[in-house]
Ligand binder design. Sequence first.
Ligand SMILES: Cc1cc2nc3c(=O)[nH]c(=O)nc-3n(C[C@H](O)[C@H](O)[C@H](O)COP(=O)(O)OP(=O)(O)OC[C@H]3O[C@@H](n4cnc5c(N)ncnc54)[C@H](O)[C@@H]3O)c2cc1C
Length: 411
Amino acid sequence: MVDRYDVAIAGAGPAGAQCARDLATRGYDVVVLETESEDEFPRQSNKSTAGTFPSMMSSFGIPDGVVMSYTDDVVLESPNEYYESYQPGAVLEFAEFKQFLVADGRENGAEYRFDARVSRPILDDDDVIEGVRYNGDEEVYADIVIDATGPAAPIASALDVVDLERENQAIGIEYEMEGVEMNHPEYADLRRAMMLRLDHEIAPGGYSWIFATGEDTAKVGICYIQNDRHREFAEAGKTVDGYLDDWVDRDPRFADATKLDGKVHRGSAHIQRPGQMHTDRFIAIGDTVPTIDPLWGEGIHKGMKSARAAAATVDRCLTDSERRVDAESLAVYETLWHRDVAPRAKSRLALTELLYLAPNERYDRLLRDLQRTDDDILAKANRGEKAGMARLLHLDDVPLLAKYARERLNA
Ligand SMILES: Cc1cc2nc3c(=O)[nH]c(=O)nc-3n(C[C@H](O)[C@H](O)[C@H](O)COP(=O)(O)OP(=O)(O)OC[C@H]3O[C@@H](n4cnc5c(N)ncnc54)[C@H](O)[C@@H]3O)c2cc1C
């Protein structure tokens, strides 16, 4: 007997599991295929610091039970300055959050198959996808297939929908630690904060972070893209683990801190401009697109928004009595994505590239400027609005902008 569903989703990350929740709630037959085993889920994919904001929690009905700590501020640090901005947030227990999404989807009727590693699309005579193959020769057929496997992207790559480039792959690692001095006299008070640090000596071409999870406990991590920017500032042969260990050894806030056993998280995501996201009977969501915000790596909320846009698209196409699932009918997904999920993706990527090109001294100056600037300018720059970005630039940034322009022309 042929295994047939309205929708088959590969990957039970925040994007895939949220899409299944939305579709099951609307009454569609949906199956999620997840490569990991259920009893340990999530293990390798338990990769995220999972800092998020109240808008995500309320839009997607996320319970307080998966929150490790609530925070009041976002703090930016540079080598010699810091800037605090009041922005309430939440640091989630990522594994429990993923387990909640699965359980809630199931309650609404979604089917989950764990230990199911999706490998490639099943194509009809016109090379249009009609299902997926998993665990070698097992098959599932569906009207619409969704790739939500994050950077793995086996279906989206096979269909030539996305091209996730190695040159744009950001890698990250973090420790959960205790005994961290969260209110050190030389630094900002981080007891209820998510802190991001721009400092090429610690994270060449990237950033590091301390996210409070309690009075003296925190998630402490580092990430960067291994591109020219990283190489310009990096020490030959030093790994991302080596950079994190060095920071933990040198920063006085970790003098009495210890790593929690078994609490190391690592993963990757591509920071690049999204291209095509769909084709006939197929949609890519979450980090597969990639949807993650380039500037600070906020990928959970973005991925879930892309899941919701995909579910709304599926609903519209399958409600039609003829079930129109061709590329033209599914194109509404890309319109929703650019409008609601990541508006101004191009300018935000440009802002990111410019930011990581700047030297350490420029970071100090940026933070001094932010201390003097009203929150509105910062919010505008953060949204990728050119007027806000221009207000944070100086005349002596011309060589930096020229370097950026040269790199863009050579790209
Ligand atoms: C170190 C680190 C820190 C981060 N911190 C934050 C943060 O603080 N806040 C934030 O918002 N974002 C953060 N992110 C980003 C965020 O975690 C991702 O953007 C988000 O998890 C993407 O969700 P996704 O569902 O698209 O993909 P993923 O989370 O990658 O989920 C993909 C799922 O697919 C499964 N899978 C993979 N291959 C296959 C296959 N072949 N067949 C079947 N299943 C498969 C995986 O096991 C996984 O369950 C961080 C990322 C990293 C690496």
